[in-house]
Ligand binder design. Structure first.
Ligand SMILES: Cc1cc2nc3c(=O)[nH]c(=O)nc-3n(C[C@H](O)[C@H](O)[C@H](O)COP(=O)(O)O)c2cc1C
Length: 276
């Protein structure tokens, strides 16, 4: 495995920070400069901590130039901004019809790809509908799948809500997709060690990222139920591999509703442990 590990000897101050922070002890300080221990290279999970922790930007791995990283801590939002983001994000159920710029979506997805995954497996597949004709077809096919299940009396009592979804649709009310212009889904191969967490973390990061940019999202369990229990061929239609674990759908787009303040949900259940 060529990790493209290089150290700029004019910048390296031999502080050993990269050696100490490497989670799998792959780097060692040879008498002078950091180097990979050839016997341990195969343990590398490509987390890039060595690049991130180097105080002088002397270290490069996987071909990444440290100068292309955001500088820290000055690039981080402060606690007050994060508080506002977490308290102020909302489930959006009224969207503007205009699609988002494809470049904006691409940049969001590239940022969300930085979310943590178990053992840094980075196997998440981001499925996104950007094209409006595809979104219209997707909505129509999903509704028709639900309609067929209603007509064929295939809905269980627990699924009877979908009857209401179809009749609302026929009356011009979209209570499932909320007229959102875009859809985002995350799936991961069954073989990764932490599939559920990887999916939910990526989706949560997407939601917060979107909220910070004035883009609305709606987590959608209904779509997932519809695809996993009723219209089971829809995942294939969306190009999501059969051997993937699929997450909830996240609808997104420009909100057509403005919230002027946060909600207030400060009740919290805390189990403070005092062992004696
Ligand atoms: C996993 C999950 C699934 C959800 N599914 C739906 C859904 O199918 N339809 C919907 O309108 N809202 C859905 N929601 C949104 C919740 O109803 C919403 O988060 C809750 O009412 C609180 O409102 P807020 O998100 O604005 O704080 C879902 C939320 C989560 C976390």
């Amino acid at each position: 495995m060529d990790l493209q590990f290089t150290v700029d000897q004019t910048l390296c101050i031999q502080c050993g920070a990269c050696v100490d922070d490497c989670p799998f002890h792959i780097i060692e300080l040879t008498p002078d400069f950091p180097a990979l221990n050839p016997k341990r290279i195969h343990h590398c999970i490509q987390c890039q901590h060595c690049l991130a922790v180097c105080p002088t930007g002397a270290l490069s791995i996987l071909g990444c130039n440290p100068q292309n990283s955001l500088p820290l801590p000055e690039s981080l939002p402060n606690g007050q901004q994060m508080t506002a983001l977490i308290r102020g994000r909302r489930s959006i159920r009224h969207f503007q019809p205009e699609p988002l710029d494809a470049a904006v979506i691409e940049s969001m997805l590239r940022t969300v790809a930085n979310a943590p995954t178990g053992k840094n497996n980075r196997q998440c597949l981001f499925t996104v509908i950007e094209d409006q004709a595809s979104m219209a077809l997707f909505r129509q096919e999903t509704i028709e799948g639900l309609r067929t299940a209603v007509t064929e009396k295939r809905l269980s009592d627990a699924q009877s809500y979908f009857r209401h979804v179809v009749s609302a649709w026929d009356q011009g009310r979209d209570i499932i997709f909320r007229n959102a212009p875009h859809l985002f889904m995350v799936s991961v191969p069954k073989t990764v060690s932490t599939p559920d967490a990887d999916i939910l973390i990526a989706m949560s990061y997407f939601e917060l990222m979107a909220a910070s940019m004035g883009i609305g999202t709606l987590w959608n369990a209904m779509i997932r139920w519809a695809f996993s229990e009723i219209s089971t061929d829809m995942y294939k239609r969306l190009g999501i591999p059969e051997d993937h674990i699929k997450g909830y759908a996240l609808l997104f787009g420009k909100p057509a509703v403005t919230y002027h303040r946060t909600v207030q949900r400060d009740e919290v259940q805390i189990n403070r442990v005092m062992l004696s």
